[in-house]
Every structure is written in C-alpha cells, then in structure tokens.
Write a protein that binds this ligand. Sequence first.
Ligand code: HDD
Length: 750
Amino acid sequence: MPSIRTVPHWTAHPSFVASRRLPATSSRARPSRRKNCSSSPGVGSAANRPKRETWSSERKSTGMNRNVGLLTRRYSPSHRTGIKIAVLPPKPGRILPEGHHLREKIMHFDHERIPERVVHARGAAAHGVFQGYGTATGVTKAAFLAKDAETPVFVRFSTVLGSRGSADTVRDTRGFATKFYTDEGVFDLVGNNIPVFFIQDAIKFPDVIHAGKPHPDREIPQAQSAHDTFWDFVSLHTEATHHTLWNMSDRGIPRSYRTMEGFGVHTFRLVNAEGDGTLVKFHWKPKLGVHSLVWEEAQIAAGVDPDFHRRDLADAIEAGAFPQWELGIQTFPDTPEQTFAGIDLLDPTKLVPEELAPVQPIGLLTLNANPSNYFAETEQVAFHVGHLVPGIDVTDDPLLQGRLFSYLDTQLTRLGGPNFGQLPINRTHAPVNDMLRDGMHQTAVHRGVAPYRPNSLDGGCPFLAGADAGAFIEVPAHVAESRKVREALASFDDHFRQPRLFWLSMTPPEREHIIAAYTFELGKCYEQAIKERALAILANIDPQLSDRVAAGLSLPAPAAPSRLLDPEPSLALSQLGGTWPSDGRVIGIVTDSATDLDGIRSVRQAVLDAGMVPLVVAPAGGTIAAGGESITVQRTFATARSIEFDALLVAGVPGRGADAYGARDAQAADAAPSAADPRLVLLLAEAFRHGKAIGLWAGADTILSPAGIPADAPGVVHSETGSSTLEQVAQLLGAHRVWERFPAGIWPPH
Ligand code: HDD
C-alpha cells in the first residue's frame, strides 16, 4: 500500500514562491539580476542598464532554483499539512504525481517559441538616443526634431530572406528599423539599407518574398537569392532591376551594421506648425562611412562566424565605440504632381540623386546600450509604418499604403493578439488615452465604464484630441476628379534609367564586384531560360555588364537594346573615394612570446587611444608575459580569421623555428618546425587578398614571402617601431581598403 501523506496548497512553499517572482517589466533597466529580480526603475532609464554578466554569474542567478524547489519540496515538513494525496515510496529519480512544478516548467518550456517574422526574421538591435538639431523645424512640427530634444530609441537591423538562425553576412537587403519613443507617441522609421524597393505595388510583396525564400519542396537554399525562383521573379518584373542591382553591388554585403546607410525609401510628407506640407525622403548616414565586405569574406564569415554582424554591433557598444548616424532629409515641394526633376516621388523603385536634392542633416542617433534580453526586446519589438507623430505623415505611395495594413496584421500571429503595443519594448512613453479594450494578453487594468466616444459617464474620456492637444491630424488633401482603376501610372514604367545611373556611378572595383556577383548568382540557377532573360535585362543596364556575365556563364551575349539611356552619374552612390574616421575599427596585433612585447603593449594602448579595438592574436591562448607584466591573448591562430580585422599589425620574425610563431602550438611545430605557421600564412594571405592594410615591424617581413605578398605591394607598410607602423596603417584605414590591390582597380576612377 502506498503511504498517505499530506501536502499544503502549492503556493505555501517558500522555495517555490521565490522562484515564481515575475521578471522585471522594464525592458531596459535591471541593475542587478542577483540582488532583485523584480526591480523596475522604469522604461527609458539608461543609467541603470547592467553591464554584461559572465556565463557563470548567469548560471548562479537564474533558473536553477526551480530544480532545487522540486527536491526540497519533497522532504519539506510543510508538506505534512493540507490536502491528502497518495505518493509512492520515495525512490531516487521518481516524479511525484503532484508534480505541478514539473508541469508548469515543462508547460512553459513547450511554448517558449513564437513564430519568427515572415520577413526580416534574423536581426540584432540596440538602444540609444536621438538628438534633434532643430534644422527641420521649418518643415515639421514634430517635437522630437526640435533643437537639442533628446529621445530614447530602439533600432533593429536585420536581413530579409533568412530564418532567425541564418548567417548574418549573406547577400541580401538589410533592414534598418528605428523606434523613437517621443513625448508625442511612438514614431517608427522602418527602412532598409537600400533606397529603392523591388516592387511598386504592395500586392506583389508576397510574390517577391515567396520567390526569394527557400523553395517550397526542399526548403533550400537558406538566406540566398542565388536560386531559380528569385531570378525568375526579378527577370519577369523589370521594375525589380534597380533593387536587384543594389543587392548585387557591395551594398548587399555590408561590413557591419555600423557602416550601413539607412533609407526610409518612400516619400513622406512633413507638416509644419502652419500646416504646410513638404515631401521628404529620409536618410541615415553612418559617421563611420559606408563600407562593405568583399564576397569571399562574406562567405567565410557565414561559416566561421554566422553571428558576425550581431557580434560586431554588440562588441562595439560594449567597448564604448558607440555607433552614430546622422538623420537627414531630401526635401521636395508638395505639388499635386508629386514629382521632382522628372522623378515620380511616389514610385519606390526610384531614388533622387543627392546632387539634385542634397541630404540636409536634422539629428544625430547614437546607439549606446545593448539589449538586456534578446527575446523580450529584439524579438518582441513590433514596428509599424503607421506609428506616426504630429508633423510626419505618409503619402499615397501604393507600396507604403499596403505596408500600413501589413505591419499591424502580422503581429496578430507573431505576438499572439492585438495588445502587442503593451509589451515593454513597444510601449509608448507618452500618456495613453484610448478606448482599445480587452483581448489576449491585456495587461492594463482599465478604469471607468464608458470606453466609447462621446460619453457622459466617464467625464467625457476618452475624448477626441484636437490640434491644440497635440493630436495627430491628417493633412487635408486635394483629390482630383479622376477614374479609379487598378493600373500603374505611366511614370512607373521607366525601369532601366536608374539602374543605369547606379552602374555609371560605380568605380571600377565596384563594377568588378557587381559583375562577379551576377555571375555567381546566375551560375547557381539551373534554368537556362531564366539566365537568358536575366542577361537580356543586364544589357539594358550596360553591355559591359551583360557581356562579362554572359561570358562567365558561357552563354551568348544578349542583343544590345535599341537605345541606351545616358543619365548623369551620382558620385554619392559610390562607396569609394572618401576618407573616414577609423573609430571602432578592429586591429589584429599578431605576436608571439619571442617578439617585441613592450612594443606590442604600447601599440595595443595606442590602438585603444585612437578609438579602435585591438585584438591580440598569438599562436595559443592564455597570456604572454612581458617585462613582469602579461598581455592577454584574445584570438589564437586557430580562432582568428582575417574577416574580423580591418587591418593587421605583425610583430617579430615568424618562422624562426621552434622558439617563434608556431612553437607554442606543438602540432604546428612538429609539422613544419622551421616554417611559418600555415594558419598565420593564411591569415596574412587573406588579409592581403581582401585589400586590408598590413603593417610589420621588428623584422616580421619574413612572413610576407610564404604568404605570397610582395614586400612593396600597396598598403603593406614596414617600420622600425610598432607605433610608427600603426600611424601608417591608421592612415590607410581612412579609405577602408587598399583598393589598388583589386583586379581592374584603376584608381582614382573619376
Ligand atoms: Fe517590410 C518587416 C522594411 C516593404 C511587410 N520590413 C520589415 C522590417 C523592415 C522592413 C526593416 C523589419 C522590422 C523589424 O525589425 O521588426 N519593408 C521594409 C521596407 C519596405 C518594406 C523598407 C519597402 C520600402 N514590408 C514591405 C511590404 C510589406 C511588408 C510592401 C507588405 C505589404 N515587413 C512586412 C511585414 C513585417 C516586415 C510582414 C515582417 C515582420 C514585421 O513586419 O513586423 O509586416
């Protein structure tokens, strides 16, 4: 017979009560998880954000008490009172029938996943602050753009096609979505790193995404555009030519989220205090300049570090190298035609060259804090193009109009109901007075009896706010007498002028990259007809492009179009030719115990002083002793790949045998005791091939020959001391890469 014993009501047990404390409701403020799990100093309190904790402190502070609860409960004296249930004789490992702790824990675990975003599933985010310059007050009454106004923001960057676990560095468009928690409500600027879009009409959005996503039969390829269905779609929809060309350019593989431009894409309408409208396009300009990976780096990173962009953003912020962007606007008169310089401003496949409408800076964005919890913040954040504030309005762009529906609708499935706006990361910081009630996951306890308008019972609340109360008022628009038809305007028909403009604006190395990208992507397609159709489209951009790609595919060059347009190039579209700050750049300092460690130490400090990030690379991990002090090794020859570094500084004489590079790695030393470590050779060879600056001192030049690098190659500098080597390398970094090393890198091109 099983013994009978009594147990109390479950809430009585102290260990369980402790483990049931709710997490902090604030998404951003958790001073110490260990001391007070439920402290909630309030949304927006940047000062209280925690420093990152180590793995061991995480383990100590979370979760484990659930299991402990199960054990202590079984033997706790408090179980001997209360309701009676039967239990089996205690046997190690057996689960009690009243295992409600187990059930609750497993039940919760079973439901930990929510649907990933249907597009832009893979992303990384950060908190920050936006400071208005006050330069936009003539065209908008939006209060957060006033001079020195400071507004908390949350920014999420993303790829479009890949699943949540896909690699960061795939060739794709990047999302750049910003949530401004303004005093007048939330404003979401949901943009991309490419200023144009594939389609002009939102009804085609599911089509272009179905074409880009993995094939429905085998669900491959993941996070790629290099497959038949994508190229089938874009070759059948010539309006997609412009966006596709940007994707095939270096813009499709950014170096970092920190070095990406952002664009609102559509034309928006700003409204000033007098009620006058101005049409604008939004631009984010990174202070670090716009830089990209080279294709081989992107491919290597997808394997050796699929979190490359996510890690880069988080590490930079944690290191205090806060990325910054200026928000700018191009402004256009709000005429009934809504065109500028012959460009239809409502056509999202068109940009307006900056030479025709300069980008005027209106504020500064600084990202200064990493999220505390990926799920609560980065995953649950919900952007919506209809989150607007007084002074910023939408236009009739047909793509934008479709988006106005989609961004609300999608959250119903993804976030499980209509109350996603109450999640801490989505909550407005402005007071809310609406009559939205009830529904799944309602967390507000609404008071009153009359959630309707007008009412005479709740003091007239909620009331309809007018302009005097800072309400959002739609700008009255004149609608011309016309016929309503489902048809695109004739001005939407020009599909090749702007792709050609983009091509003509590229420098020779950039054009080479574009040719290589099309050759790779179409080379991965199986269907001959699709390749031929795509080549025919390329001929409308430039015969050099179509002929070279055709040659790479061993296909006949397509017929030249009857007329090739000749638009004026826009030099602002090229990423090359400028000089940018080197802040936040990652410098690999390659060393070994036998080399100039004093020099290494001072170079490391100089790199830090210059606002860059030094990473010491040595044959093995741990520390290297130098003059009574030690230097921590951050990357080993086994873990370092050149993709991570913007430049390399190499000290010492690699390959001097068992007491130099490779000696600390027994395997490498055994394999080739007197040769340079092959991993170091690979590191140098790749850095060279990818156009990175390489500095050498203290006799390190001997590594060049095994790595196949000519000693007098451009961007390879030698010096007596580490600090003078660094100086020269920092100069080279201003151009991002040593472009002269690239095939056909005729420089300067213009
Ligand atoms: Fe979209 C997400 C950007 C067209 C429908 N979109 C999403 C995100 C970005 C963009 C950055 C990720 C937001 C986040 O980080 O949570 N989308 C754009 C841009 C577009 C665009 C710049 C064109 C100019 N999108 C577009 C159209 C539709 C959608 C035409 C549908 C008609 N987009 C969605 C969506 C998503 C989304 C399905 C998926 C997850 C989400 O919204 O919250 O509603």
